[in-house]
Design a protein around this ligand. Sequence first.
Ligand code: F6P
Length: 367
Amino acid sequence: MNNTIKKVLIVTGGGDCPGLNAVIRGIVKRARKEKTWEVWGSIEAFNGILNEPQHLIRLTSRKVAGIHVKGGTILKTTNKANPLKYPVLQPDGSIREADRSDELISKIKSLGFDAVINVGGDGSQRISRELFKKGLAIVGVPKTIDNDLQATDMTFGFQTAVQIATDAFDKLVTTAESHHRVMIMEVMGRDAGWIALHTAIAGGAEICLIPEIPYDINKVLKRIEARYTRGKGFVNIVVAEGARPKDGTIVARRGEKGSEHVRLGGIAYQLAQQLKDAGCRAEIRETILGHIQRGGTPVAFDRILASLFGVKAMELVIHGEYGRMVALKNNNISYVSLEEATREYNHIQKDSYLIKAARGLGISFGD
Ligand code: F6P
């Protein structure tokens, strides 16, 4: 009887995101119906396999009961375990990148796993694609609060981030109005301004600055001044961390050693300074939301989308349909090949209906 039992391994990699636990629960619940699949989790992305001793947990129905409500991931995560460019600390303190993908695949196979479900963003799905090419039976599930994966109409976690940012925005309006201030709120979004744009529309911002549309500080100032008469007025600005002025660069700090990306954050302060330098007389205050946007309980939409993704991913595994990533397409849960999933980045198109509608609402992009 035991010979017929198959094993699937779940991996969560990259930044945490509300809904990850709902995906895990969805996979386990769907697998349970088959009675022929055991579900396991690798702790801290692929480190659970690569590190010795290995750190894996059996995911039973009991283990995942009720976790769809919890933020984060019960499997832990890291953005420093890309098996294709694994950061190895050298004696002199520098980092050398090693390709540990063959080692990873052989360990996964020797542990008796028949399939892997890799839940992660753009970077993680590129890893899935390469591992699939090397012969690993793998299925991807898209995750990110940034909503920057082209192949799916939406990623889970995004709606939660927008809700958190909108709640924060509403609170900042109170102070802007009472003090006649310019309030700048910085949200996440490295290369795409989805959170900023949705929050600006939901909250009713006057100005929204996103990576896709570099801003002209004088145009931003002009929009602010139009809101003030005899020194009285107020303005609320939403700025994505990856936004930049027309003739400038993004505000980046060095990432930690071995991290897959540089750390962004701080454009709110830079923008405030630029406005003062350009002659803005209104008082300005800055708020950086940071990881608050990624924390806590997922909203209902994200729980549902994540649960549906989990069920679909397990169904692809059951049917042996590997090299695919589940996706939301035209109100349907389907899938795309990992090649297609990683082909294009999901920037906001400047002529999209969202940008046009935002302009129609009087939101300035500083262009
Ligand atoms: O990819 C999601 C994201 O939230 C980005 O918008 C942000 O720049 C990044 O993660 C920050 O990640 P961390 O600080 O956890 O490395």
